[in-house]
Design a protein. Structure first.
Ligand code: AMP
Length: 478
């Protein structure tokens, strides 16, 4: 069985009714049970008489009912807004107020809050919105990225063609539903009739349990940010001998370093490591590449983020002398804009083309037909006039076998970079001075960080990307 987004209903495509559709943090549901739960939930939602297009907030974590609620909303034409419990109540309230949602589903307490005064009839869209994901804005105010059915259908075509997703995929989920990385496995299992295995925060924090679940459900497709996998790569249990079904590793959201890719291929020699790139505003991702040993060897300094998907173009704006420009995405996968934010929509989404477009604020360049991520617009580093690629410094650090992870960040006063600080996690005892001396042999003096700080672990934000602001706080407290 699978869910068809054009019909907005389940369709039977095989006789494997006992196959698991969703393994939640609370319970497992076979495809039959899943379908029944969605139907029952639809009946409950219909009681509120919401107008078509009315947004519904889903607040919860990794319960099976989170997915049940989301699919019921999709099926009835209500955009769903996923808010994970890793966010404080205050953020939930802010979002509920911004979208003026009359219905808030709480999948932890298993209840639905309904406020009849908020029901409005102004919502209607020709191309129905499937979800609205709130991302952090640079002003600190969350922005709601609206993704329509046509964008998801376009995304699904790509998943089938270039990722080869089908009913055999058993996805291991890491990201919370409020982070659009999770849309890979959500649409991946739902539209193709596969299986999704959800993991609560507690399980994610205890690696052994995570590995146990990978094994128990014979997961074959890993989806996470690159920084999430690095800690697993040190575990002797995290190998192909122990997890023979695990054959695909799919990444997005952050730079995938050649060191991490190499370590994965070392532990899982015949696996596929897929690097993908894209902002939430263009439906999860826009480029893909299979990181083979040959690619690692050829582009070890900066791995490609890959080939632009069919039906989408990436233009480089204001190209500099090194052929680096700001990436602009044009295609059906681009969002129709932020929820009720006309001013920002004008800046970011105003299109000169027939199709929708989005200015990413990311810099990149093309080489050998592939896109390479250079840096964020707001992270272009110039120190005393020297242009510096921070990733290059980290690469030097991690080429020392004792260094497991390295992240270099600029300390700024206003917009001026004052100095560079490198945070490292090491395996063995290591002398900082010796390390500094070692990297001085390969890096120019202006790329040697002023301070090198050893940590036991890095702080992460809610999307499991390394939290650079928190690193600066740690530094300031030293
Ligand atoms: P989000 O909207 O939270 O998914 O974040 C999107 C941003 O993450 C992009 O605009 C990039 O700055 C960054 N990003 C996403 N994928 C990659 C990648 N493969 N390599 C480097 N940065 C990435």
């Amino acid at each position: 069985m699978r869910f068809d987004l054009e019909l907005l209903d389940f369709v039977e495509c095989d006789k494997e009714f006992n196959k698991i559709a969703v393994s939640g943090s609370d319970k497992d549901l076979t495809w039959n049970e899943f379908k029944n739960e969605v139907e029952n939930f639809k009946t409950k939602l219909l009681e509120f008489n919401l107008p078509k297009g009315h947004p519904v907030v889903i607040y919860g974590h990794k319960e099976a009912s989170f997915i049940v609620s989301a699919v019921a909303c999709m099926s009835l034409g209500f955009p769903y807004i996923p808010v994970d419990t890793i966010y404080p109540q205050e953020r939930l309230n802010k979002i509920v107020n911004v979208v003026n949602s009359a219905v808030v589903i709480n999948t932890i307490e298993d209840k639905i809050d309904f406020n009849i005064e908020k029901v409005s009839t102004e919502y209607f869209y020709e191309d129905p919105i499937i979800y609205i994901i709130f991302t952090s804005g640079s002003t600190g105010e969350p922005k709601g990225v609206q993704i329509t059915r046509d964008s998801i259908l376009d995304f699904a075509k790509w998943l089938e063609k270039d990722f080869n997703f089908n009913s055999n995929n058993i996805f291991m989920n890491q990201a919370p539903f409020s982070f659009d990385l999770s849309v890979y496995e959500l649409m991946g299992f739902l539209l193709f009739g596969g299986t999704i295995v959800l993991n609560s925060r507690e399980i994610i924090e205890t690696h052994l349990e995570y590995i146990e679940r990978l094994k128990k459900y014979s997961c074959n497709t890993w989806v996470s940010t690159p920084s999430f996998i690095t800690r697993f790569l040190l575990s002797s249990e995290f190998t192909t001998q122990n997890l023979e079904n695990l054959t695909t590793f799919l990444f997005c959201g952050e730079v995938l370093t050649s060191m991490t890719a190499k370590r994965i291929l070392n532990n899982f020699p015949n696996s596929k490591v897929l690097n993908t790139y894209g902002p939430t505003e263009a439906t999860v991702a826009t480029t893909i590449v299979d990181i083979t040993p040959e690619i690692i060897e050829k582009y070890s300094k900066n791995l490609p983020v890959g080939f632009v998907k069919e039906n989408t173009t990436i233009n480089l704006l204001d190209i500099d002398s090194e052929n680096i420009g700001e990436m602009e995405i044009v295609g059906d996968n681009v969002s129709i804009g932020y929820f009720k934010n006309e001013e920002l929509n004008k800046q970011k989404f105003e299109s000169k083309y027939e199709k929708r477009s989005f200015r990413t604020g990311d810099f990149g360049y093309f080489e050998d037909g592939m896109l390479f991520f250079a840096n964020r617009k707001d992270e272009l580093i110039k120190l005393h006039g020297f242009r510096i690629e921070l990733g290059e410094i980290d690469k030097e650090f991690t080429s020392n076998k004792a260094v497991i992870e390295s992240i270099t960040i600029p300390l700024k006063r206003g917009s001026e970079v004052m100095k560079l600080i490198t945070f490292i996690i090491t395996k063995d005892e290591i002398e900082i001075n010796e390390l500094k001396e070692e990297i001085s042999k390969t890096l120019p003096y202006y790329m040697i960080p002023s301070d090198i700080i050893k940590l036991d672990k890095f702080p992460y934000n809610n999307n499991h990307k390394i939290d650079k602001n928190e690193l600066i706080n740690i530094y300031k407290k030293l």
